[in-house]
Design a protein around this ligand. Structure first.
Ligand SMILES: NC(=O)c1ccc[n+]([C@@H]2O[C@H](COP(=O)([O-])OP(=O)(O)OC[C@H]3O[C@@H](n4cnc5c(N)ncnc54)[C@H](O)[C@@H]3O)[C@@H](O)[C@H]2O)c1
Ligand SMILES: O=C(O)[C@H](O)COP(=O)(O)O
Length: 530
């Protein structure tokens, strides 16, 4: 039974499928401190959060059973991704579910700002009928600057067009073609800053976007402009904004998010007559909360059940069409890595993976992670998984090099794993999937072979001399080891050769030692595969 903790208020309807799952127990405990969460997280396989719970390194480290942290929303800045990746915990989010809701909230804020709605409301319910203080402005024919044209920025732009606004947009990934399609003008940050009547930001908070609008930008802004932040606190410098409002540069600001949430009680925004605020409500609609909770619950279930999943923040994004091609190779890839590691006696400094055939044409990052996991598992055991395998390799100065060979001679696809050791040796294992036969190892070092990578294998290197096969068979038989299949590979008659045997059980070490004592036999290595 998997245990999942829900530590922020998340839609019940959205997590219904988790609660209904026979193999999952869901506990809801909101408002926990870091200490309290650290104390109990060890019991849980999954954690579901929104933006309130800070999932720190300490919590990750205490989560000894934790496999997945699900963020019912977009931003994962409350989750220590590096700590999660190191521990092999998958972090997933629900990037699409609250897009429209947040775009609508941005628009609500922009209109409220243009027409002083919160201020007028407060005054009216306070008993005064003040029709003079709240002269507003129209949105029509105004220039809106949109910084960040991802999901939400694009939806805001669409709505702004319907309001008759002219839109200047900037995003490092916005092409002329897409800008045309969206009916916006591709612009520079500087042009937006100088010419917009309204600016709205829709970027993540990154070192590059932190204070992207600060004193130098306010100094050149159009007088009387208005500014909205429904993305992340810190993109706009709060202190510089208050100064710019007081100097008459900015006519008003609408903020849903703050540099520190909740803001201190003496935060200047909370009392400033020209600033309107909401308490991070951008995603707070019934629809969005259901959407994100459904999305994240679905993925958490997949991860717990070891099924393919999407929207992992610390795992490469794989398109469904690519996933269909890659997925059948995941298990083979892991086995090739494992075989290569088991037959390599010296410290490995490079894992070289070559993808040949159709696999050379797709993004194979996800598959590489399985191969690297297979290599590392021999020494790192359960500590390694597909989330942290690349990180663990890097932290051990183990280079992972990937190459592509578009054409293959004999196979539709061929995955070749070469381990290069510190002392200049190389071990090579190649495999493929054969229609009707499944996973096959088709090459070991320089020898062509054809064997199913499962169960217990023995790899013998020997000199190609008459009688050797018989001697090996007899010795194994005498030691109660039953041979299920045997493959012999050689390049030239009488030269170096290998024997790859499938046996029914683990071969005791002393039997392997006896094997190496046979005439013309050089090495005997056991390979165990799940
Ligand atoms: N207020 C809320 O409740 C709420 C709800 C949902 C999302 N958000 C926040 O809104 C923001 C946008 O979310 P989204 O779903 O649209 O994300 P998204 O990833 O779809 O879009 C973000 C865009 O910002 C762009 N960007 C990055 N750096 C930039 C820069 N320096 N200048 C200009 N553009 C830059 C990216 O290229 C990307 O296109 C995020 O910060 C998210 O956390 C807030
Ligand atoms: O990043 C997000 O999805 C939003 O900021 C919403 O956060 P919330 O789930 O805490 O409302």
């Amino acid at each position: 039974m998997f245990k999942v903790l829900v530590s922020d208020p998340i839609s019940d309807l959205g997590i219904q499928q988790l609660m209904d799952a026979a193999d999952v127990q869901v506990d809801k405990k909101t408002g926990l401190s870091e200490d309290e969460l650290t104390a109990i997280i060890g019991e849980y396989d999954g954690l579901l959060v929104r933006s309130q719970t800070r999932v720190t390194e300490r919590i990750m480290n205490a989560g000894t059973n934790l496999k997945v942290v699900g963020r019912a929303g977009v931003g994962v800045d409350n989750i220590d991704l590096e700590a999660a990746t190191k521990r092999g915990i998958v972090v997933i989010n629900a990037p699409d579910g609250n897009t429209i809701t947040t775009a609508e909230h941005t628009f609500a804020m922009m209109i409220a700002l243009a027409r002083h709605i919160p201020q007028a409301y407060a005054k009216t319910i306070g008993g005064s009928w003040d029709r003079k203080s709240f002269l507003g402005v129209e949105l029509r024919n105004k220039t809106l600057g949109v910084m960040g044209m991802g999901r939400i920025g694009s939806e805001v732009a669409k709505r702004a067009k319907a309001f008759g606004m002219n839109i200047l947009a900037f995003d490092p990934f916005l092409t002329e073609e897409r800008a045309d399609k969206l009916g916006v003008s591709l612009s520079s940050v500087d042009n937006i800053i100088r010419n917009a009547d309204f600016i709205t930001v829709h970027t993540p908070l990154t070192p590059e976007t932190r204070h992207m609008i600060a004193r130098p930008q306010f100094e050149v802004m159009k007088r009387g402009m208005r500014i909205v932040n429904c993305a992340r606190g810190g993109i706009i410098d709060e202190r510089a904004l208050v100064e710019a409002i007081d100097e008459g540069i900015v006519a008003g600001a609408a903020f849903d998010v703050f540099e520190h949430e909740p803001p201190e009680s003496d935060h200047p925004f909370l009392t400033h007559p020209k600033v309107i605020v909401t308490p991070h409500l951008g995603a707070s609609t019934i629809e969005a909360q259901e959407n994100v909770a459904i999305d994240v619950s679905e993925q958490v279930l997949h991860i717990l059940r070891n099924e393919p999943f999407k929207n992992a923040v610390n795992f490469p994004l794989v398109a469904a069409s690519v996933m269909n091609k890659l997925q059948p190779y995941f298990s083979l890839g892991e086995k090739l890595g494992s075989v290569a590691a088991q037959i390599t006696a010296h410290a490995v400094k490079e894992i070289h993976v070559d993808y040949a055939g159709e696999l050379a044409e797709v993004d194979t990052q996800a598959l590489t992670r399985y191969i690297v996991k297979g290599v590392l598992e021999r020494h790192l055991g359960n500590e390694v998984n597909i989330v942290n395998s690349m990180h663990l390799a890097k932290s051990r100065d183990l280079h992972v090099v990937v190459s592509q060979t578009p054409k293959t001679k004999d196979f539709t696809n061929l995955v070749t794993v070469t381990l290069k050791t510190q002392n200049g040796l190389e071990r090579i294992v190649a495999g493929t999937l054969l229609l009707g036969y499944g996973e096959r190892i088709v090459r070991l070092d320089k020898f062509p072979v054809d064997i199913s990578p499962e169960g217990h294998l023995i790899l013998i290197s020997h000199n190609d001399k008459p009688g050797i096969i018989g001697r090996v068979g007899t010795l194994l038989g005498e030691n109660d080891v039953n041979i299920a299949s045997m493959q012999v590979g050689r390049k030239v008659i009488g030269g170096e050769a290998i024997m790859l045997l499938t046996v029914d059980k683990d071969v005791p070490k002393d039997v392997l030692i006896k094997l190496t004592g046979l005439a013309e036999l050089n090495t005997a290595q056991q390979i165990a595969l799940g």
